[in-house]
Write a protein that binds this ligand. Sequence first.
Ligand SMILES: Nc1ncnc2c1ncn2[C@@H]1O[C@H](COP(=O)(O)OP(=O)(O)OP(=O)(O)O)[C@@H](O)[C@H]1O
Ligand SMILES: [Mg+2]
Length: 208
Amino acid sequence: MTQGFFISFEGGEGAGKSTQIRRLAERLQAAGHDVVVTREPGGSPGAEAIRELLVNGAADRWSPVTETLLMYAARRDHVERVIRPALARGAVVLCDRFADSTRAYQGAGGDAPASLIASLEDHVLSGTVPDLTLILDLPAEIGLERAEARGGAARFESKGLAFHERLRAGYLEIARREPERCVVIEANADIDAVTAAISRTVDQRLER
Ligand SMILES: Nc1ncnc2c1ncn2[C@@H]1O[C@H](COP(=O)(O)OP(=O)(O)OP(=O)(O)O)[C@@H](O)[C@H]1O
Ligand SMILES: [Mg+2]
């Protein structure tokens, strides 16, 4: 069976994940790859229904542990129905947020225990983890300004600057612990410079 390549994009609000995924998808498609673009929370019909519960409403609508469980219910459906089938047929999967978002938002940003999150990763993902994770890093206030300018104050954007600073530190800690999988991309740069850095990294990894 062929095996595809799984890339996740991570980082705080307004870091440029969606912008950069669109650009990378076009470039890889032009090079002849079968590319699947997807996102979390969501990415399958069931997970998109759960997404509505997660991204709307008051900031304190869910506790971090409840949020973690909803995220993992959505993630399991997405992995089973979209990501695994795509990888099995040899596609390059570009996922806008994945498991590291739970570690960062509910773990570092909230107070969901790292042991709970690690156990869910182990039992729920059962080996479906990214081959490469691009962490788009920029100061929290700049990301929030970008997201605000784009419009639509979503639930996580309303959690305040201190939350988003813990989030950023959480992502950098993930990259420090898993340097093989994770590459930190300087996202406080112009859009083309970020695209160029991502292209270099992805081409290197796809050639391996
Ligand atoms: N390098 C950049 N410099 C300046 N503006 C940027 C840059 N990258 C993206 N933007 C703009 O910032 C806004 C947020 O970008 P984008 O939606 O790609 O971020 P995101 O990481 O997907 O955010 P979210 O987590 O909220 O979905 C958009 O209006 C986009 O055009
Ligand atoms: Mg986005």
